[in-house]
Design a protein around this ligand. Sequence first.
Ligand SMILES: Nc1ncnc2c1ncn2[C@@H]1O[C@H](COP(=O)(O)OP(=O)(O)OP(=O)(O)O)[C@@H](O)[C@H]1O
Ligand SMILES: [Mg+2]
Length: 355
Amino acid sequence: MVPVSRDTCWLAPLFQFSWEHKSDNSKMITLSDSYNTRFNVPKPDFPYTVGKHLRVRSHIPPQPTNLSNCLLKFHARRERESIDPVQRCLLHPPSSGTFTSGVAELEIIKLVRAGDQHGAQLLAVRVLTSTHDLPSDTDLLAKFYDPLYFDHEQDDADPFLCVDSAYTHESAVYRKLAGFQGSIIPKYYGSFSLSLPIDHMNFREVRLILMENVPGISMHDLNPSNFTKSERQAIMKAIIDSETALYNHGVRHRDIYPRNILVLPSDHARKVVLVDFGKAWTSRSPFPEWEEKFLPGIPISPLLRWIKPREWFDGWVDWDWMAWVEQHYEHTRGSITEYMQRKWGPKDLSTDKKG
Ligand SMILES: Nc1ncnc2c1ncn2[C@@H]1O[C@H](COP(=O)(O)OP(=O)(O)OP(=O)(O)O)[C@@H](O)[C@H]1O
Ligand SMILES: [Mg+2]
């Protein structure tokens, strides 16, 4: 999407469905208001509050949905301007999957990252009762993929498609990475569904996963200047090792940014934990027919995939990145073939500016 401030389109007539113009580079930009903004109707009160009890049902998600489908398309853009998002939740329920017999009752203990305009709601919960072995002696983290509290003003994302995609991808990745749970990724306790009342007649289903509440802080919320160089190097090394382990196991995270990396206290056995698999692939390539070309099962050296500095780690890295990566992963050089060099080796070695 071309970034355009919504403030620049205040002249759009109130009942015109959308406002379009051509930017300098002639790319079409469409800005439109959601139903809530146009009619000044608030969304219903936020349902995830501390102390609330939620009864959730075990759910097996369907196969991951198509990630590239998450863009806001013409029909959905029209719809969001004229239909209340609560009603839209009924029109666009999550993709079905299968319910199993398990149920659990949860109590919300703390809002970890929650509120309107988030792609997911992250809540610390306690398990009060459950029909399967959920731990009740420790708080878990529940991630709710609730489309109602997604940002409905966004001009490039369809809330319903995005949350469905994130839920199905994240659940599939946790299952595939069972062997890494509790070390470089959180332990996963399963996928569930919550029935939330809309009115006396109607309910909407919200999917969620339960996982370990990792005792770490998002790297995004930490100040690198509070860390020594050797601590920062240990963190960066752990990030490369963790991401490489996932890739070598056939998972591409695709969102390795500081906000999705939890840093643990220095006396902890785990250094970093990677979270947020909503955009991840359970493969190395986006299409099954390409996978063979990505040499599934064969480890790929960080000398190829991590040699380029990434600018979003700039505050953390103040040393010669390439020399440092070469020094740490020299022992993997012998595994690199000419084909790997062509496929994964950087085309140029300047800083990576995009994910
Ligand atoms: N298992 C966990 N343990 C502790 N904190 C976590 C855990 N998972 C997520 N968090 C915290 O919640 C934040 C949001 O989680 P997550 O990244 O999964 O949500 P999202 O909505 O998919 O993210 P984004 O804002 O990147 O789109 C993370 O940045 C992290 O601070
Ligand atoms: Mg995230």
